[in-house]
Ligand binder design. Structure first.
Ligand code: 13P
Ligand code: SF4
Length: 341
């Protein structure tokens, strides 16, 4: 049974299209035409509940357009959402993203209630490594500090010295001032970072199941067939990154588009992200990939509504794990963001 089977569909009102005219205009080019009116009653019901509860909804850039544009108060990449959670005034935060993102919000806002609409929204990188694996790596490389990607569990973060995202990985690695670090769990991001620093990296074998699927042949096809610029996320395989005109984090990709204003661009990253950027850059033609993150897709308007109505799926983390993970996350926040990565 899905959540839609047990939730009554909020009532349609004839004034909804007028009330949400600006949103409808934004969503219509991004979604099949029949979908927009289906979403409006849910968006309206979520916005009303959100106000009643005094909640803030944070959505990652890989969330579907109806969530990203329709109900989110704060949108961003994983670093942006972590910073927003640390600074948030609301007592109730709903994270529309994957589990590690909701955990990071709870770790940085321990006194707040942090909800995730679906606890099963995981990540192949986060599930590629455990806290015991980190301890084993430390034993193999005594004295070498551990830099963990944000795409890890709270337990792994607790065993790490510092966290990074794709927006600040080189900066974080270099902030330690040591010749060698253990960098986990994304092998491809690690190889990309290794190419930009003199620090030696010990890598793990984690992969993003979405980005690892892109091939160099697809990238070349987009360039040759559509005369498109290629923009890729560093979780892609090295041979794909070698074809790209720009490699960068979710936010850095947007900034590159702002600077370069290409006539055509192929976004070699998660598919909803390309949709969400399209709204911002109406003069650029987007060649869309079709790789959607199945974990991000678990979040829907219906389970956001249920989550707010029933205050369900609160993130809980043991206090000692949370305190150690917070120290590692705070070290990252002190380093900040470097947009060119
Ligand atoms: P960002 O750190 O760029 O938000 O990416 C998170 C992610 O899950 C990429 O696949
Ligand atoms: Fe994890 Fe990849 Fe999905 Fe990002 S896109 S959440 S790295 S599986």
């Amino acid at each position: 049974m899905t959540v839609t089977d047990i939730l009554p569909v909020p009532a349609w009102r004839d004034d909804l299209p007028l009330e949400y005219a600006a949103l409808v205009e934004r969503l219509e080019p991004l979604l099949p035409c029949l979908e927009v009116p289906m979403h409006l009653p849910w968006i309206d019901a979520i916005n009303a509940l959100k106000q009643q509860r005094g909640a803030v909804i944070m959505a990652h850039s890989y969330q579907s357009p109806e969530i990203f544009h329709g109900v989110a108060d704060i949108t961003g990449d994983s670093l942006g959402l972590a910073q927003a959670a640390a600074d948030c005034d609301a007592e109730l935060i709903v994270v529309c993203g994957v589990h590690f993102m909701a955990e990071s919000a709870k770790i940085l806002a321990p006194g707040k209630t942090v909800l995730i609409p679906d606890l099963e929204a995981g990540c192949s990188l986060a599930s590629s490594i455990t806290a015991a694996d980190v301890l084993a790596l430390r034993a193999q490389h005594p004295g070498v500090p551990v830099v963990s990607y944000a795409n890890t569990s709270a337990a792994v973060k607790a065993e790490s010295d510092v966290i990074c995202t794709s927006a600040n990985a080189v900066q974080v690695v270099e902030s330690l001032g040591v010749p060698k670090v253990i960098f986990l769990p994304d092998e491809f991001l690690g190889r990309h970072v290794a190419g930009q620093t003199k620090v030696e990296l010990v890598l793990w074998h984690g992969r993003c199941e979405v980005h690892e699927k892109f091939t160099a042949q697809q990238a070349r096809h987009a360039r040759e067939q559509f005369d498109a610029k290629l923009v890729a996320h560093p979780e892609c395989p090295p041979e794909v990154l070698a074809e790209a005109d720009f490699v960068g984090s979710t936010t850095a990709m947007g900034k590159w588009l702002e600077r370069e204003k290409p006539a055509r661009v192929a976004m070699i990253t998660e598919c909803s992200m390309a949709d969400n950027l399209r709204v911002q850059f109406p003069t650029t033609q987007f060649i869309k990939p079709c790789n959607l993150c199945p974990h991000m897709q678990r979040i829907t308007l219906q389970n956001i509504y249920a989550c707010l109505r029933d205050l369900q799926h609160a993130i809980e983390i043991p206090a000692d794990v949370s305190a150690r993970a917070r120290a590692a996350l705070q070290r990252m926040l002190a380093v900040g963001r470097r947009e060119s990565v």
